[in-house]
Write a protein that binds this ligand. Structure first.
Ligand code: HEM
Length: 429
């Protein structure tokens, strides 16, 4: 196939159904960016943003760009939209959209209220306390794996860790941790599946979790105790009013949805880069203070959230490009984080890259990820403990192939950059 043919393939390829893009989206991102950092695509009226500055600008302008589509993307039933200002249509239909009850799809002023409530729940003090739980949990999980000399890292380490860390953060009683972990195992699938054409969103997948939390919160409101869950149950909005039980419950359960798969896949990528590079393992073992930047570079080069969406309420011009009112705007975070105007040699993994932390993996602006500090702590502590307790971490060649021909499986989703499995081997330290 000549270059010309490949180029035109990329002009017509469908981000929402093409499984080859799930395996390796980066050449497609480069193609889009080479045409324009804000580029119309051939499908569903979507305009794709691959530029770092352009994506940052859109994130920072919630007045013009509504977050209502962030989960459903171009599959909202009311698209395409007509008219220069579609604000009224958005307000008339947003209650029909997936996850409309969660802050991630809200705009001010509703978003401001819910976000303030959340920030009362995950305070710096609470995060600090949570760190010792992360450390203990990391060691407990490693106790089970280290002697075996091999593991499937995502299901045997990363996913259970990510679930239980959020459970602890919210003060879910330890007696219920196993039940929670099982409940999540049953959820299966993920939002943004390339095979479902956007029709089968897991709207209700968190209902079972909501039910557990209703029980906890009702109980603590009736009978406050000296525990974290009581703080959650009694938290008030900034104006002093008490939220409905369901508002608290949704905030709490959404943390599981938002913080689980993303963090687990970040940990998996970090392990992949380590396993591919023995010198890096030695360097980080000798210089643990370099681990945080290594985590930032992992987030930059393989951003777990590939795609966020905004809906242009009205006509706008971003970096000289006109965007019509009613346009679904696809912010490709993985592309923005490979923008050569911001990151030198962006496709190279550089653990000590000076500006790695400028990545957009956690978004920007009013919706920027409130779980960032937690995900970073999980990354740092996990890598420190894994390096301390193992030697000679390597990829399973039987599974992932020899260095010259590695292959990795990726979940078929347009939303997450999610390795399906990571088979690693190691020696006990
Ligand atoms: C590596 C891990 C993670 C990544 C890459 C990630 C990424 C993101 C991104 C890109 C957004 C912005 C969405 C938007 O603007 O449309 C976001 C929002 C959010 N994240 Fe995370 N996240 C991670 C971990 C977590 C964790 C651990 C938690 C919870 C403890 C969490 C909770 C949330 C919440 C509640 C929001 C919505 C905030 C809002 O709408 O104001 N995330 N995340």
């Amino acid at each position: 196939m000549g270059i010309g043919a490949a180029m035109s393939d990329y002009d017509s390829i469908d981000w929402f159904t093409d499984e080859s893009l799930a395996k390796d989206p980066y050449p497609y991102f480069d193609h889009l960016r080479s045409k324009c950092p804000i580029q119309a695509t051939a499908h569903r009226g979507v305009v794709a943003v691959t530029g770092y500055d352009e994506a940052s600008e859109i994130f920072r302008d919630p007045e013009t760009f509504s977050a209502c589509l962030t989960v459903v993307g171009p599959f909202a039933k009311f698209l395409p939209l007509e008219g220069d200002d579609v604000s009224e249509i958005i307000e008339g239909h947003r209650h029909e959209l997936p996850q409309n009850e969660h802050m991630v799809t809200m705009d001010p002023p509703a978003h401001t209220r819910e976000r303030a409530l959340l920030m009362r729940l995950i305070t710096p003090k609470r995060l600090k306390e949570n760190e010792s739980f992360i450390r203990d949990l990391a060691d407990q999980q490693l106790d089970q794996i280290v002697g075996l000399g091999r593991c499937e890292f995502i299901s045997e380490y990363a996913q259970p860790l990510a679930t239980l860390v959020i459970a602890d953060l919210l003060g879910v009683p330890e007696a219920d941790h196993d039940r929670l972990r099982e409940g999540f195992g049953l959820m299966g699938g993920s939002t943004g599946d390339l095979r479902d054409e956007g029709s089968d969103y897991q709207l209700n997948s968190m209902e079972w979790l909501d039910d557990s939390f209703v029980g906890y919160i009702e109980d603590r409101r009736r009978e406050p105790r000296d525990d974290v869950m009581t703080g959650l149950a009694l938290a008030k909005y900034p104006d002093g009013s008490t939220p409905d039980i369901m508002a608290v419950v949704r905030t709490a359960t959404f943390l599981f949805a938002a913080g689980q798969e993303t963090t687990a896949r970040m940990l998996a990528q970090a392990l992949r880069y380590l396993a591919q590079d023995p010198a890096l393992q030695d360097e980080l073992r000798a210089n643990p203070e370099r681990v945080p930047n290594f985590i930032e570079e992992t987030l930059r080069i393989e951003s777990p959230t590939k795609t966020d969406f905004r809906l242009a309420r009205r006509a706008a011009t971003v970096a000289g490009v006109d965007i019509k009112g009613g346009t679904p705007v696809m912010l490709l975070l993985g592309a923005a984080n490979h923008d050569p105007r911001r990151f030198e040699c962006p496709d190279e993994f550089r653990a000590n890259r000076p500006n790695a932390k400028e990545h957009l993996a956690f978004g920007r602006g009013i919706h920027s990820c409130p779980g960032g500090p937690l995900a970073r702590a999980e990354g740092r502590i996990s890598i420190e403990r894994i390096l301390a307790r193992t030697r000679n971490i390597r990829l399973s060649e039987d599974y992932h192939g020899p260095p010259s021909a590695r292959h990795f499986n990726y979940e078929p989703t347009w939303m997450l950059r999610a390795m399906e499995d990571l088979q690693i081997e190691f020696d006990a330290a």
